[in-house]
Write a new protein. Structure first.
Length: 306
């Protein structure tokens, strides 16, 4: 089963509905706790390579005139595994957004100083006044049984696409995932080889080239149900057109154009992850369809010689 990556979804309430409503209706500033779970992007373990030999570390901060306290917590091995902020805000989301902006910059700074990878794995929030709690953590799927453990028979003409999709699934950066998935989608749209021979292969087994659509299931599963709802049941060409400006902005930022890159907000990071997932899911669909068709033509040829 294909799963989305990097979704920074909405906060999931862990308290009684009445306290959640009370918190949502309260527009006054009050104290919140915002805790960020951190992970090592290489090992995927929920800890980073920072030792806190003296236990919890506390530091007073200033978020653009708003005071806050940051606490670093170690796990049993003494490694940092959670960063907890105490801050005043008017809502849980406002508290998360303010702290997210700081924690992502803090992790990037540590990564530069220490040369180790660090990323946010998820977060939890507490409204102390209303005793309300929320949590946002990634979905952890179960393992799948591989009924055919041997390598599928993939010809040389298709191997580069297979490796491109490996980059899409294995990369931790949504920007890199998006760029690789779009390379596959553009090749399919432009009928570049090996997709240029798809019509011929399909005709050999009495089929025709499939015109893929952006389905409701794909939108919802990728997390893009809101940000790209207008693409429902539209051809993939429209999805590619929608994502091209996003890709250009990513490339311009990588090339160092000063006006092309800014530190992403939580909402911007969430949208990029959604777009990467959407491109990923659609690239997988067209590539799986192509390989299935390829296997069908090879099987037809084999039967001709039986």
């Amino acid at each position: 089963m294909w799963i989305p990556y990097g979704l920074l979804g909405p906060l999931k309430a862990e308290s009684a509905p009445e306290t959640v409503r009370n918190s949502a209706e309260d527009t006054n500033e009050r104290e919140f706790l915002v805790g960020f779970f951190v992970r090592n992007p290489v090992t995927q373990v929920w800890e980073v390579d920072i030792l806190l030999n003296n236990g919890t570390h506390s530091e007073t901060l200033n978020f653009h005139g708003r005071p806050a306290v940051m606490n670093l917590f170690p796990n049993d091995a003494g490694k940092l595994d959670e960063i907890l902020y105490r801050i005043e805000a008017c809502s849980a989301q406002q508290a998360v957004d303010a702290c997210y902006a700081h924690v992502t910059t803090q992790l990037a700074s540590w990564a530069l100083r220490l040369g180790r990878g660090m990323a946010v794995a998820g977060w939890r929030v507490a409204d102390l006044k209303h005793e309300t709690r929320w949590r946002c953590v990634p979905f952890r799927p179960s393992a799948l049984e591989l009924k055919q453990p041997t390598l599928d028979q993939v010809p040389d003409t298709h191997r580069h696409l297979l490796h491109l999709y490996g980059e899409v699934r294995n990369a931790t950066s949504p920007a890199w995932r998006l760029l690789n998935a779009m390379t596959i989608l553009r090749a399919w749209r432009d009928r570049a080889e090996p997709f240029g021979s798809t019509d011929q292969r399909a005709s050999e087994v009495g089929q025709s080239r499939r015109e893929h659509l952006v389905t409701f299931e794909t939108l919802m599963h990728s997390g893009a149900g809101s940000s790209a709802s207008d693409l429902r049941d539209k051809p993939l060409a429209e999805l590619i057109q929608r994502l091209e400006p996003v890709c250009r902005k990513v490339i311009r930022a990588l090339e160092g154009e000063r006006d092309a890159y800014s530190v992403p907000t939580r909402a911007e990071a969430a949208q990029l992850a959604e777009f990467a997932n959407l491109a990923d899911a659609c690239a997988r669909e067209v590539l799986t369809g192509e390989l299935t068709l390829l296997q069908a033509t090879e099987e037809a040829k084999r039967l001709e010689h039986v």
